[in-house]
Design a protein around this ligand. Structure first.
Ligand code: SF4
Length: 346
């Protein structure tokens, strides 16, 4: 893929090189402007006027554009449709919680190859990976749409981050840089469906970033039916990888548990979940399934959710019952998908 030149993802030295800047200090100045949210050279008023004009002709910034799909719900959660340079579309979401905290939920792929049966993105198949520039630009678009500064980032949008490992890690480092957006690594969460080699690779990096694993069931046969990834890396291998991960990065893990009405909320499900979490420092995040028209699951009733939570209390499994944000605009977990991406592969 020939990616047009983007300003995002480059160090100040690389900016000097790629843009043939006549003075080295311009690289740092451009980086600082990008960090302040400038998206055009016209806004970079401490660069000479003729240089601004030359740069505007040389590079369009950003290389992706926010499209007309811009929806907001009563919580302030915003979903953006973003068109990439090759016409493919992705979605990114700005989540606003009860405390008013603004979190960017970024995509790492156009579509996803993992095929989780409860997820809308999974129905698309994989179209392509995103470059780190395209991941960073989602943050830029969301920042423009946000009423307050974004303080947290979750890589939980479209795609499996560990199937696009290097660009995702590059984007994380860029977003973390003091010279750019300065989002602390501790305020970022990377979420996987359970790709064990990716967990091992992340462990080697020893980043203080949060790791979340989408578990959905602690029963091998049910999990395989719901998440084909379990066929390749079943629960015992996944647990082994998580134990090893916590040896090298001693941080609490999150297990995302999407509750599917009448499927994974039984007493037996709770017992198996307790067995799986034994020996791990984890918090289970219970999220009720967000409806997707073409999928035949149901959202558990509030009583069912509370009953499952009570079962977990009885088994002393640390957990939270999460209120879903963005459900009404199709921007909640598992609801992201775009219809403009015809070629897919699994
Ligand atoms: S839940 Fe995540 S990994 Fe599974 S299909 Fe959806 S986007 Fe892909």
């Amino acid at each position: 893929m020939n990616l047009p030149l983007s300003l995002y993802g480059l160090t100040s030295e690389r900016l000097v090189e790629s843009l043939s800047l006549p003075e080295k200090r311009y690289g740092g100045q451009i980086l600082a402007w990008l960090g302040k949210g400038a998206t055009t050279f016209d806004e970079m008023t401490d660069l000479p006027l003729d240089e601004r004009k030359r740069l505007s002709d040389l590079v369009g910034s950003p290389i992706s554009s926010e499209t007309t799909v811009r929806e907001e719900d009563e919580s302030g959660t915003i979903k953006l449709g973003i068109t990439l340079h090759d016409g493919k579309m992705i979605e990114a979401v700005l989540l606003v919680d009860r405390k008013g905290r603004h979190t960017a939920c970024l995509s790492v792929q156009v579509g996803c190859a993992m095929g989780c049966t409860f997820c809308k993105t999974g129905t698309m198949g994989l179209v392509r990976n995103l470059a780190s520039e395209e991941i960073i630009e989602q943050y830029v678009h969301l920042s423009k749409a946000a009423s307050r500064p974004i303080t947290h980032i979750v890589f939980m949008g479209m795609g499996e981050p560990f199937h696009n490992f290097d660009p995702t890690i590059r984007a994380i480092h860029y977003l973390n840089q003091k010279e750019t957006f300065n989002i602390g690594l501790r305020r970022m969460t990377i979420s996987t469906s359970g790709v064990v080699p990716g967990i091992n690779k992340l462990a080697e990096l020893k980043l203080p970033i949060k790791l979340a694993v989408s578990l959905v069931s602690a029963d091998d046969s049910l999990r395989t039916r719901l998440m084909p990834v379990n066929r390749r890396w079943p629960l015992d291998e996944l647990k082994e990888a998580l134990l090893a991960y916590q040896e090298s990065v001693p941080k609490r893990l999150t297990l995302e548990y999407c509750m599917l009405g009448g499927v994974n909320t039984t007493g037996e499900s709770a017992r198996q979940l307790e067995l799986f979490t034994r020996g791990l420092d984890v918090i289970v995040n219970l999220i009720a399934w967000n409806p997707v028209d073409e999928l035949e699951f149901s959202t558990p009733s509030e009583e069912e959710q509370k009953a499952f939570s009570a079962l977990l209390n009885r088994y002393r499994v640390k957990h939270t019952l999460r209120i879903s944000r963005g459900r009404t605009i199709g921007g909640a977990c598992g609801q992201l998908a775009t219809s403009h991406n015809p070629e897919t592969k699994r």
